[in-house]
Design a protein around this ligand. Structure first.
Ligand code: RTP
Ligand code: MG
Length: 138
């Protein structure tokens, strides 16, 4: 069990002006920000990041959306980071997200759901390394 996870504040939440609110919820949740950057990725880069979802019906929509505006990418640290962060963000579909979760507060639909959270320790490492070099991960 690793103590790090990877997150993105997605274009919908950035556009809505919720970077500050979401970072506050993340730090209030006990997560330390290890690395962070603000950037606008291309559709090709989004396709590469979401390669595991290639072939799923929402792949095109997802990669278009993730390249539609700037995002915030970050590596977070906390004991039991992956599971605890997925608890903090809530269900993929905000209609099913619990009260007090980031998606309940800031997501608008299953596609435009405000934040990403890695689903395993292995993917947290792969995803964090997509955005941050080894030197940036201290
Ligand atoms: P994430 O990877 O963003 O943390 O979300 P997740 O694990 O809860 O959901 P996942 O199954 O990994 O799907 C990745 C993202 O694809 C979009 N999606 N759209 N239209 C749809 O049915 C649908 N299903 C998934 C969402 O943006 C989801 O977060
Ligand atoms: Mg996922």
């Amino acid at each position: 069990m690793s103590n790090r996870t990877f997150t993105m504040i997605k274009p919908d939440a950035v556009k809505a002006g919720n970077i500050g609110n979401i970072l506050q919820m993340i730090t209030d949740g006990g997560f330390k920000i290890v690395a962070m950057k603000y950037l606008h990725i291309t559709t090709k880069q989004a396709e590469k990041f979401y390669e595991v979802h290639a072939g799923r019906p929402f792949y095109g929509e997802l990669t278009q959306f993730m390249s539609s505006g700037p995002i915030v990418a970050a590596i977070l640290e906390k004991e039991n980071a992956v599971a605890d962060f997925r608890k903090l963000i809530g269900a993929t579909n905000p209609a099913q997200a619990e009260e007090g979760t980031i998606r309940k507060k800031y997501a608008t639909s299953i596609g435009e759901n405000a934040v990403h959270g890695s689903d395993s320790d292995e993917n947290a490492l792969i995803e964090g390394s997509f955005y941050f070099s080894g030197l940036e991960q201290f």
